[in-house]
Design a protein around this ligand. Sequence first.
Ligand SMILES: [Zn+2]
Length: 517
Amino acid sequence: MNGLTCRSFPSVIVIMLLGIILALPSLSSLSYAQSEEEPRTWLDALKTLSSERMLADVRTLSSLEFNGRQAGSADDLRSAQWIAQELTGVGVQLPRIDNKGIAFPSSGAGNEGPVGIMASMISTPLIEPDPIVRTGTADHLVPAQLSQDYFPVFDSPSADLQGQIVFVGYGIVDPAQGIDDYAGVDVKNRLVLFLRGKPDYYPSPVSHADKVRLARDRGALAYLTVTGPIIRPYDIRRGVTGRPSALYGQLPSDQAIPGAWISTKLAETILAGSGEESDPDRLRTLQEQLNDAPTAQSRLTNHSASLHWKTKIADGVLTNVVGMIPGAGPETIVVGAHRDHFGRPAGLWFPGADDNASGTAVMLEVARVLGKSGLHPQRSILFLSFSGQERDVLGSRLYTSRPVLPLSSTKAMVNIDHVGAGDGVLILRVAELKKSTLKEAGWATGLVRKLDYYGFLSGGDDGPFNEAGIPTVSIASGGAHPHLHQPTDTADTVNPENLRNIARYVLALTWQLANSP
Ligand SMILES: [Zn+2]
């Protein structure tokens, strides 16, 4: 190293002075107050993040105005336009995107969509109000209560059927592993009842859609699915209960059969039987046996069920919103959050405040303060509001299939999903990003002790980016999210302190990713 030159000496002093100023809270807050509208450094920007503004955005997005933002619905399109509007005038650029002639319902002439909106066509299922599900013995069926006892699986086809219920364990068939949950039972023209998830010893992933296909291939009319009474401690901490939950089955319409997610309580009644044979703990015993070893526990129950509802399918537009802060160089960092939720199926309303108005509000606020700062990052920062996450991440897939900036020069993707409820511990699900980078943003924001690192988990909007070979981190708030996928996921359950901390962390991490060598 050479000694200090005449030119570099003063700049060292300037840096030292800056360090002192930043270390003095009174001085730095003074400079912040003077430049509230236009923060000059990213640390100033950090201080202008507003949890009030984020909470207000969560309230707006989860209000009746947007009706639960179902992907492909007019409500979701309006929420996309609202986001685009919020990004306008805060120094974030909205690129004009070629949507291959898709006409936007609200844009009049329809030959050119609004700026900053990426769209593709999607067909959207909507179960009409007042579905009817009955369970009991074939000659005495009793209505089950919507929300309490069951939700129809919300992309189910119309149902008008009745049949006896056959229990088929976890609903897995894999001869190589010695598992056949359908052994010894005939499910033709009957309804199958299968547990959610899989036993711990079973090595392969198994999706809900896989299970429905197996049932359909064996001639089942329909299915019921349920969380077994034995819930893993990890899931209990996450707030998993025996309640039914909103779900899309994610099967193409030519493969789907009607289905419902029922409560553990109702499943226990179905399995308990009647008369002398009755055993209220039978479902638990069966699950214990299934969890112990791969032996089929399939059995015909003495219960039947009838399902009646109408599903309307409508064509709609799936929309991502794209905002950009251009960088000096050719590389890009993506910050994304999904905006869509379950909308108004079966006459219900799923506001989706924690899932994921919260992540959307955080992304929007970070975009606002960085945009307003007028700071120029080395790499471009792309803010993406996805739709279609609940429909098997259709929106983030749409983006990676038609990227606005090349994926080959996209260096990282930060995903934000349900950050409103919970205990505020920052759950980081990481793929290929350095822990030191994640930690550094923690030090910069005083949150390093709140960071909890896990591996990548599929199902989020980071998935398509991960598949494209881009390092990703998905950020969630830890602890219980008891209202997840429930009509009770309202803005009152969102903690503004969580929003604030997570926005601070996202801003610090984004800035660091956008400027590190
Ligand atoms: Zn969700």
